[in-house]
Design a protein around this ligand. Structure first.
Ligand code: ZN
Length: 371
């Protein structure tokens, strides 16, 4: 099994698949999973969905096929495998496929759905389509690199804004007569940066709101006062807040600013928003994974909350079932030029998925029998 697992991951890495260019990988996985005994289909956005088993509970293992852009030559150096997506998130997806196939060969009693979805690094079209088509399960694990001994139970939300500030222009030699849109936009940013709520814990990077200005563009000629400036702001939202609460506060501050600066016009455009999500840390799923990690690594599992966002945010908010994110790979290597995974970590990930699913089936049975 180990050779097959490494072979599958290597082939997946060799197929370059940045967001919106997942089709070759999707077709490849559909074929491979069919050979491994899954009942396979592809949906309208290109997600590949393989099913094995038919009993209860239904367990969804969901990973993403897309990566960020940037080729990294696929190579094995020592016991480490390099390639774009080695960590985020082809190793977790490959491990899920191998684990589910091995469980099915052993004749497990549950129905396992493995979904390789598109566009997680983009606008999450993949997970949104799975939800639209009404996927149902009793438990779901999202395959993202948490490190083989860690379980991710929370992600912050995200609110991305473009704010355009307009003023009237004039000659820069007479700058006392005009307002400078670049300066004004920066003043607005300074106001937005101050936004905080009493429910935040400012000492925690997870339970606090953080705001970053990621882009600023404005101005035309050398001797012209800039009359238009656009800033892009990335706000990361803790689970005790919603994107709407934060957005309403942004609108309130902008309105206040406009009243104090009647010569400026300010427009706020929401580019994207994802709600924060924190999973139940006492669920049977967390229990099953923790036991599996102890069995495979002889260590106590660590629960982590991350400041990024993932498909679990969208799924967990919509479908009210136990859900976590777990997968092999060092998350600090995600999106870097040095993406690689230790082969042992990957293989241990396969074992943890297998043992966790097996344990989960037992725990589910006990719960249903009222024990
Ligand atoms: Zn990812």
């Amino acid at each position: 099994m180990e050779d097959c697992a490494v072979q599958l991951l290597t082939k997946m890495l060799e197929i370059y698949s940045p967001s919106r260019k997942e089709e070759t990988l999707s077709l490849f996985l559909a074929e491979e999973m069919a050979k491994m005994g899954f009942k396979v289909k592809r949906d309208r956005v290109g997600n590949v969905i393989g099913e094995t088993g038919r009993g209860k509970p239904v367990i969804l293992l969901c990973g993403h096929m897309d990566t960020v852009t940037g080729h990294i030559p696929v190579q094995k150096r020592g016991n480490t495998l390099y390639g774009r997506g080695a960590v985020d998130a082809k190793a977790p997806l490959a491990a899920m496929i191998v684990a589910a196939s091995a469980l099915s060969a052993e004749g497990n009693s549950a129905k396992i759905i493995v979904a390789g979805v598109v566009d997680e690094e983009g606008k999450s079209r993949g997970i949104k389509n799975l939800l639209k088509e009404g996927i149902t399960a009793d438990y779901a694990i999202f395959g993202e690199p948490s490190g083989v001994e860690k379980i991710t139970i929370g992600y912050k939300g995200n609110l991305r804004l473009k704010i355009t500030c307009k003023t009237t222009t004039g000659h820069s030699a007479a700058n006392m007569l005009y307002e400078n849109a670049v300066e004004k936009a920066f003043e607005i940013w300074k106001e937005i940066q101050k936004i905080h709520f009493p429910s935040e814990k400012l000492e925690s990077s997870f339970y606090s709101l953080t705001s970053t200005i990621t882009k600023i563009a404005g101005g035309k000629g050398n001797s012209t006062i800039p009359s238009s400036c656009q800033i892009t702001i990335d706000m990361r939202i803790p689970p005790q807040l919603t994107t709407l609460q934060v957005l309403e506060e942004v609108y309130r501050r902008v309105k206040q600013y406009e009243m104090a600066n009647p010569k400026n016009s300010v427009k706020v455009h929401v580019v994207d928003s994802v709600e924060p999500f924190e999973a139940d840390s006492n669920s049977p799923l967390v229990k099953a994974l923790s036991i599996a990690i102890r069995e495979v690594r002889h260590k106590t599992a660590v629960l982590t909350r991350k400041t990024g966002t993932g498909d679990m945010n969208i799924f967990g908010r919509t479908v009210k079932i136990p859900v976590v994110t777990y997968g092999p790979g060092d998350p600090t290597l995600s999106h870097t030029e040095n993406e690689c995974i230790e082969i042992q970590e990957f293989l241990d990930g396969v074992e943890v998925y297998k043992k966790a699913v097996t344990r989960l089936i037992t725990l589910h049975g006990e719960k249903c029998n009222g024990n």
